[in-house]
Design a protein around this ligand. Structure first.
Ligand code: UDP
Ligand code: MN
Length: 337
């Protein structure tokens, strides 16, 4: 009897132990989730409409020009803030009518613009989206009196699409333009943009803020809700110096997904923060397109990303420019990556 009793006790003890051990992973996961929910602070600052003006960063070159010019008038970026987004469908004559220079560059004539930007778009094989984008963006950006250029970086056929690497190429090529005399100085602000996103509110100023700004926060197809707090995909405004500091985007993400979250990690490591305009301002429409298949290795590259920030980005960028054209409405860079 004694034997069987102690045997059962032993069994019970083992049973409890096994139960405890089997619950351990679940307990760890629950604790980590609780910790994340309770103690991790959001790294996103929301700017209300009244905060926008004071958070914009004026271009140093523009300020120099302003100081050197007597009776100079500063351009008003909110001049057409109440205007609703409208496409100018007559694309063929748009450059001439708006005074867009070859390469899709424009600047106001009767005032000094405080903001100099390049809008870089990763692109392949979406001609309808591209036409609509240009038809909306030239009227929109010129109504904000910005000194701007639209740059379309087009990946050649073959490998899966690499949105982030194309952004890096666009940045690098615009930086090179200055040495070729096209720009006096590179723009102090880069806006990395999807071709299918159209801003709807004129107060959504396309200049850089003190913090990196996630622009396309509230999109019609997501019922104008921010899908998750750390999202930074779609359109993002990054100061030139901040972009260099982050070593740009990763070049590693071929196929859909992950590259934007990796960029969020690059910006927010070491306590960095990002900002957004409030929900009434950061409204976008997404033009319709076919859905891409998510890439299978995006999680692996995202999770291991931090080991590569210093070695994967602008400083490891390799590509071959196949064509560089200054078209009437945009600078076109066709690239083999
Ligand atoms: N893109 C493109 N051609 C492609 C795939 C992507 O031009 O075949 C560009 C385009 O600028 C697009 C962006 O990459 O807006 C993001 O891709 P997609 O729109 O498919 O992703 P979503 O964010 O809608 O899931
Ligand atoms: Mn899209």
């Amino acid at each position: 009897m004694a034997w069987s009793l102690s045997g059962r006790r032993l069994f019970c003890f083992h049973g409890h132990l096994r139960l405890l051990v089997s619950l351990l992973p679940a307990a760890i996961v629950v604790n980590v989730l609780l910790y994340v929910l309770l103690f991790s602070k959001s790294r996103v600052v929301v700017l209300q409409p009244d905060d926008i003006a004071e958070n914009l960063v004026a271009d140093a070159e523009s300020l120099r020009l302003l100081n050197a010019t007597r009776n100079a008038k500063v351009c008003d970026v909110f001049a057409a803030a109440k205007m609703t987004a409208q496409a100018d469908e007559a694309l063929d004559s748009l450059a001439e009518r708006y005074g867009v220079r070859p390469g899709g560059a424009w600047r106001p004539k009767d005032c000094v613009p405080l903001y100099r930007i390049a809008v870089i778009v990763s692109y392949r094989d979406r001609p309808d989206n591209l036409n609509d984008f240009l038809a909306y963006m030239h009227p929109f950006l010129s109504s904000q009196n910005l000194d701007y250029r639209i740059v379309i970086v087009e990946q050649v056929a073959g490998r899966p699409f690499n949105r982030a690497k194309l952004f890096n190429v666009g940045f690098q090529e615009i930086e090179k333009l200055k040495s070729s005399g096209q720009f006096a100085k590179p723009p102090s602000c880069y806006i990395f943009h999807d071709v299918d996103l159209i801003p709807q509110d004129g107060r959504n100023v396309y200049a850089c803020t003190k913090l990196v700004r996630h622009m396309s926060a509230n999109i019609d197809v997501f019922e104008y809700k921010v899908p998750y707090d750390s999202i930074i995909g779609g359109a993002v405004a990054v100061g030139r110096r901040r972009f260099l500091e982050a070593n740009g985007f990763s070049n590693t993400f071929f196929g859909w997904g992950g590259e934007d979250d990796d960029f969020y990690n690059r910006i927010t490591r070491d306590g960095g923060r990002v900002c957004r305009y409030s929900a009434d301002v950061s409204r976008y429409v997404m033009l319709s397109h076919k859905k891409q298949k998510p890439s299978a290795d995006r999680y692996y590259f995202l999770v291991t990303g931090k080991d590569r920030y210093a070695t994967d980005g602008l400083n490891s960028l390799k590509y071959t420019v196949v064509k560089f054209e200054l078209l009437p409405l945009y600078t076109r860079i066709v690239v083999d990556i």
